[in-house]
Design a binder for this molecule. Structure first.
Ligand code: SF4
Ligand code: SF4
Length: 101
């Protein structure tokens, strides 16, 4: 089992340019997280999924909380899905061994 390197502002923000905060469709979260993020920015596009307890924030073309430096502007308050990312190796991601993906 291999584990990714730590997601740092140098790797994700500077080297990679915040790819994950720009090129995903949604971030899933709980109702409490949705309420918290809406309070931080009422323009965040967060809606409840149909027939589910999950809420989702659209991050098209990029997350509203991403800064000009490609860093998370709500790092201490980001939802769990962002804390646990990336779940799997993906091509080009700087956090995984080069030979993966
Ligand atoms: S909340 Fe932060 S880590 Fe999550 S997608 Fe937005 S900018 Fe990225
Ligand atoms: S692809 Fe990897 S290195 Fe780039 S922002 Fe996402 S997690 Fe960070």
């Amino acid at each position: 089992m291999t584990y990714p390197l730590e997601a740092t502002k140098e790797r994700c923000g500077q080297e990679c340019g915040g790819w994950c905060c720009k090129n995903k469709l949604i971030v899933l979260m709980t109702k409490d997280e949705a309420t918290r993020l809406k309070k931080l920015n009422h323009k965040a596009m967060i809606t409840q999924g149909m027939n589910t307890e999950k809420w989702a924030m659209a991050i098209i073309p990029q997350c509203i909380f991403l800064t000009d430096e490609n860093l998370c502007g709500i790092h201490e308050q980001r939802p769990d899905a962002c804390r646990q990312w990336p779940y799997t190796a993906s091509r080009g991601c700087l956090l995984w061994p080069k030979e993966v993906g």
